[in-house]
Ligand binder design. Structure first.
Ligand code: 25A
Ligand code: L14
Length: 348
């Protein structure tokens, strides 16, 4: 990317849950911005958002939105990325896309800067930001893989509602408020909401767990689960890693949690694994059974790092270990990772 003192940046999907984090992070990290353009749908036409103390009007996204833009940070969903990012590339912008639209396209780099920054340079106008659950998993995987090659991963996720967008946060809240106001909700069968209160999720999310994120594939896995399988292999540049995933939506506002079982070629003991994770960039180790210290979503929300704890040997197999990994899905899982990619881009 051509070096400049300051860049013209467009945030596509600026009024969404991820968009808000983009604005916070660009400000926090002092990204060298000349003009900032906020792009969103018709629904956001008259909105204004505050950046560096100044109000900026939201513009309705069209194919002509990208003249003079150097960098596009996109988070308006896969269909919007497919429709609009080719126009941005044509206009000369480099796009960091948070949607799933281009992640598995061969010539599109899929990047977590702590793991495969070298891939950024190969871009042809679009760089894909991986799925939130994949991003937070590959940091500790890479840390362990540096010592002994990973053979197999079994992961179960506990994903917060904010991953699905602002509207889903509101749906969990309204269901929870409704149930907390009902006279009786303690008995069996008394804590369900009416069908009319379920719009965004496929089932009630308040006081419940939903073992489905995104749609089902022919192999009976969900798309979210297959994203974790396929994207991890691409980022780690290792098609041989065996991965199986179960992704579950939980009634948590922010931050995704993961239980990860890892089998390596050679032995990595617990103290080595703690050291490898603790020293890896972007990871904070929080692992002390004595004091009940381990990562939890309410502690991790709003933080930048991926938090790792509960590291222990899997005594049921050779060379196995378990860990518990939590990260803010809107930060490292989405906006932060994308801004870090943009920072690498402008650093050349
Ligand atoms: O791929 P899909 O199917 O297209 O899915 C896209 C959805 O996935 C989310 C994103 O949610 C979007 O809804 N998403 C995608 N990738 C994600 C990721 N990695 C992800 N979420 C988390 N992590 P979102 O709520 O974050 O919003 C996304 C932004 O997209 C803008 N947008 C949507 N359609 C657009 C578009 N921009 C341009 N053109 C389009 N056609 C969207 O802008 C948002 O910025 P918006 O203008 O639609 O306004 C969102 C604001 O409107 C409020 N709101 C939403 N629904 C209602 C509502 N208010 C009242 N009533 C409603 N029913 C929201 O609170 C928000 O402020
Ligand atoms: O592939 O929690 O980026 O619903 C965005 C929405 C991942 C799941 C993606 C969610 C998806 C996420």
């Amino acid at each position: 990317m051509k070096r400049k003192e300051k860049y013209n940046v467009a945030v596509m999907g600026a009024t969404g849950a991820v968009g808000a984090q983009f604005l916070l992070l660009l400000e926090e990290r002092n990204f060298p911005i000349d003009e900032l353009h906020l792009l969103a749908s018709e629904r956001s036409r008259d909105k204004k958002l505050v950046f560096r103390g100044k109000e900026i009007a939201v513009e309705v996204l069209t194919k002509d939105s990208f003249g003079g833009i150097d960098i596009v940070l996109a988070s308006a969903g896969a269909s919007r990325s497919k429709e609009f990012l080719p126009s941005a590339v044509e206009a000369g912008a480099v796009c960091v896309d948070n949607s799933s639209a281009f992640r598995m396209v061969d010539e599109v780099p899929l990047v977590v800067p702590e793991v495969n920054p070298q891939a950024i340079l190969r871009h042809k106008g679009i760089i894909a930001n991986p799925n939130c659950s994949t991003i937070q998993m590959v940091l500790p995987l890479c840390a362990i893989n540096n010592k002994s090659r990973i053979r197999r991963v079994v992961v179960s996720t506990f994903q917060s509602v904010s991953g699905a967008g602002q509207g889903n946060i509101l749906e969990m809240e309204s269901q929870t408020m409704y149930l907390s106001k009902k006279d009786s909700h303690h008995g069996i069968g008394e804590h369900t909401v009416s069908d009319g209160m379920i719009n965004k999720f496929s089932h009630q999310i308040a006081y419940n767990l939903i073992p489905q994120i995104d749609v089902f594939c022919d192999n009976l896995y969900t798309k979210e689960e297959m994203k974790m399988v396929l994207e991890t292999k691409k980022i780690m540049e290792d098609q041989e890693i065996a991965i199986t995933a179960t992704c579950v939506r939980v009634p948590v506002y922010y931050a995704h949690s993961e239980s990860i079982n890892i089998q390596t070629e050679g032995k990595v003991n617990v103290s080595e694994a703690k050291k490898l994770c603790g020293e890896f960039p972007g990871i904070t180790l929080l692992d002390d059974p004595e004091t009940s210290d381990y990562p939890m979503p309410i502690e991790v929300e709003g933080k930048d790092d991926v938090f790792v704890g509960r590291i222990r040997e899997d005594e049921s197999i050779d060379n196995g270990m378990n860990m518990w990994v939590v990260a803010d899905n809107l930060r490292k899982g989405a906006a932060l990772n994308a801004v870090q990619i943009a920072e690498h881009l402008i650093a050349g």
